[in-house]
Design a protein around this ligand. Structure first.
Ligand code: GLN
Ligand code: ZN
Length: 751
């Protein structure tokens, strides 16, 4: 059986691309040096895949920043304001990705959005009425030739025109329907240019097909591909889909003249069903996505082989479910993790081996095969992953555990009396600037260069200063500043049983930013109180209320690699119980305002609307309630979200039953406020009054204006005043100025 990989990670196994790019941005290396690093990464990636015996290896999966941006640039979809800078090609590319501020002008970056249900981000192409779509770039061809010179005849992977148009932003009167013909013509030119260079297979990535396409989408897709397929002239066209199934368009797609179709059998819940009921044309290849491109667990060969049997046709190529971009490079980099753990994981490189192994034994009498048996042993159980006590606790959860009493309105009255806060209370989201001394203290402690006592002493000094600063500024609800945290998820992971950490398992989040998600290995529980000492100390420094600061269960799960042997729901409930222990301990120690951040609640919202509740919100929202349901009525529960795109799930957000929610509203046009009003949102709200993602200091007047707009939609007693996210990445000086203006603005409107 042949094998295929949709795409490979491209940050370099030691994050070479990140470091080289950053040096290039700082002017420490020139373009040639950066290109050299990039080429070395591409070549190594290709050779790894070749060595593993992969049949269909992609080229053009590399990107300096993002593949959607590459596609935009390839077709000259570059807004004039970037062209006007008069920069070199690569510099223009980075200006689109990161913005440009310098001698030649000042432009912001293109908007960036999350790539489907992953933590990878793409840049949103802008198509205006004056955009001249034209094949001006040559990247796919160049990289095809480069690969061939390295001895590999690749399939050329490219973002498909349908997905590209669906993700683009149309800034003028023209819409997708007006530009698809010219865009498709340029794609056709590209295919023929590739063919002349010798490329035999072009892969069109069309993940948008898994996302509730409506009749007009299906129509657009069909129009685009009848043009492309009508002029393919011998080049084989692979339609590659991923992140779900294509239930709305399966029959249409299989009836078109594609040479191969890639379907996701990991996340595509209905894919197998679709193949079995509708059949699959015998004149095409089916690229069966069975090796998970998103998670790091070993593939269960028994399951995979039985799905292959069920598919029951010969024209199958075994593939990854999506690009391997979403998993780390290789387990070889993990020197500290014991083998008992490592043998259960497969990063990108190990997934290549899995593909070859499964392909080699499929169709044989594999039950007695050594590879098969060795693989099956892995699924007989894992060391230290089970904790009966945790499982019993989860099993013992009752409906009452999800309900906080008394009802919101009554609590609100009680809290107003007890907390006695002014109208428009001011607060922050939790973290204060992580200055270099703060990071140094943490690193030295971790390396053993500093004793625990010294480490704690330093942080206490920082907390005391932070409290004093907030008092001086005049904030109403204070925070301790989060100086002990590297990352809001890793910090809790490190303090919970059931987690495993890696050294080099980096995954690209966007551009040069990579993340290293911890792995949920087993049943999760809390060892001992995590944040209580810090919060209690902070409270001892002031007479004002101090808000305890925790990360919620959904965010902890969404920013980790989750288990596959138990359901996501089960894992979230375990984490929820652990965080609940912390909530109750904070309360018992006198902390009567507690914030439980759910920064990433929306991250894994299913791509199909019809799945939103049944597959996600129906258990994530109750899990959040489980965390705080047993606190006293006078304890005020806050939550925070890093975005404001929840217009469509407002009832679910209200059903979290928090007392106060803060979120990012300053960059969006405050549209959400209308929806809050329409939906009779009961939770008190702090729609961030300024953008912390920029060093700019907002003026008092500007904040007053924002608040005035908010007051038109939100009743005064429900409105809080706060920045739109944590201040961790900001400098101290700008933070003090911004917060002082924020307090002044609140005072002004109180008056
Ligand atoms: N409490 C966290 C902080 O202030 C929240 C971070 C976030 O929302 N991403 O940093
Ligand atoms: Zn945030």
């Amino acid at each position: 059986m042949n094998t295929s990989v949709i795409g490979y990670p491209r940050i370099g196994k030691d994050r070479e691309l990140k470091f080289a790019s950053e040096k290039f941005f700082n002017g420490e290396i020139d373009e040639a040096a950066l290109q050299k690093t990039a080429k070395a990464i591409r070549t190594e990636n290709l050779l790894k895949q070749k060595e593993a015996g992969i049949t269909y290896i992609s080229s053009n999966d590399f990107s300096f920043y993002d593949n959607v941006l590459d596609t935009a640039v390839l077709f000259n979809i570059i807004p004039q304001r970037y062209k006007d800078l008069g920069l070199s090609e690569l510099e223009t590319y980075f200006a689109l990705a990161r913005g440009y501020q310098g001698a030649k002008g000042n432009v912001k970056a293109l908007a960036m959005k999350k790539w489907f249900n992953t933590n990878y981000h793409y840049l949103v192409p802008e198509i205006g009425d004056d955009t001249v779509i034209a094949l001006t770039g040559n990247k796919p061809v160049d990289e095809y030739i480069e690969a061939r010179e390295a001895g590999i005849d690749t399939k050329v992977a490219i973002t498909g025109p349908f997905t590209f148009l669906k993700l683009a932003r149309f800034t003028g009167a023209k819409k997708a329907g007006d530009v698809y013909v010219s865009l498709t013509e340029e794609y056709i030119k590209l295919v023929s240019r590739l063919a002349s260079s010798g490329a035999g297979v072009v892969e069109f990535d069309e993940p948008y097909l898994v996302r509730d396409p409506d009749a007009s989408d299906i129509d657009l897709f069909k129009k685009i591909y009848s043009l492309i397929l009508g002029s393919k002239n011998g080049t084989k066209i692979l339609l590659q889909t991923y992140f779900g199934d294509i239930r709305d368009i399966y029959s249409e797609v299989t009836a078109l003249d594609f040479d191969a179709i890639g379907l996701d059998l990991v996340e595509g819940r209905m894919t197998l069903e679709l193949i079995k009921t509708n059949g699959f044309p015998s004149d095409k290849l089916l690229f069966a996505g069975l090796v998970n491109g998103k998670n790091i667990w070993r593939n269960d060969y028994k399951k995979t082989l039985s799905v292959l049997k069920e598919i029951g046709i010969d024209n199958v190529v075994l593939g990854t479910s999506c690009s391997l971009l979403h998993v780390p490079y290789t387990l070889a980099g993990e020197t500290k993790l014991p083998d008992e753990y490592k043998k259960h994981f497969a990063f990108a490189e190990e997934k290549l081996t899995e593909l070859s192994e499964i392909a080699s034994i499929s169709g044989t009498d594999y039950e007695n095969n050594d590879l098969f048996r060795k693989n099956q042993i892995l699924f007989e159980g894992r060391a230290d992953s089970e904790d009966k006590e945790v499982q019993e606790r989860v099993a013992a959860i009752t409906e009452d555990d999800y309900v906080r009493l008394p009802a919101f309105e009554e609590r609100e009255k009680i809290q107003k009396t007890i907390l006695n806060l002014p109208l428009f209370p001011t607060t922050t989201i939790g973290s204060f600037p992580q200055t270099s001394d703060v990071r140094k203290n943490r690193q030295e402690f971790k390396k053993g260069l500093k004793s625990r006592e010294e480490y704690i002493e330093f942080n206490k000094k920082k907390i005391a200063e932070c409290i004093k600063l907030q008092e001086d500024i005049g904030l109403d609800v204070l925070v301790h500043g989060e100086f002990e945290r590297n990352d809001m998820v890793e910090y809790f992971g490190e303090n919970l049983n059931g987690y495993v950490f890696t050294e080099k398992a980096w995954v690209q989040s966007y551009g040069t930013r990579n993340v290293k998600p911890p792995i949920i290995w087993g049943d999760v529980s809390r060892r001992s109180p995590i944040t209580v000492d810090w919060s209690v100390f902070a409270k001892s420094c002031t007479d004002k209320p101090v808000k305890g600061m925790l990360t919620g269960p959904v965010t902890i799960l969404n920013w980790s690699f989750p288990r596959e042997d138990i359901s996501i729901r089960e894992s979230i409930l375990q984490i929820a119980l652990a965080i609940r222990d912390e909530v109750l301990d904070l309360e018992a120690n006198g902390i009567n305002i507690i914030q439980i951040d759910e920064a990433a609640l929306r991250e894994k919202l299913p791509l199909r609307k019809s799945d939103w509740y049944t597959e996600y919100l129906d258990f994530t929202i109750p899990a959040f309630r489980l965390v705080h349901s047993k606190v006293k009525p006078e304890t005020q529960i806050h939550t925070h979200m890093c975005y404001s795109e929840f217009t469509d799930i407002i009832p679910a957000i209200d059903a979290m039953d928090a007392d106060v929610i803060t979120f990012e509203a300053s960059r969006s046009d405050l549209q959400i406020l209308d929806s809050l009003k329409e939906n009779n949102f009961k939770t008190e709200v702090g729609p961030g009054v300024y953008d912390i993602h920029s060093p700019r200091v907002p003026s008092t007047e500007e904040i007053v204006n924002a608040l005035t707009k908010m007051r038109a939609k939100i009743d005064d007693p429900k409105l809080w005043v706060n920045p739109d996210c944590g201040l961790k990445t900001r400098g101290t000086e700008e933070t003090v100025k911004s917060l002082s203006n924020l307090v002044a603005a609140a005072k002004q409107i109180r008056g």
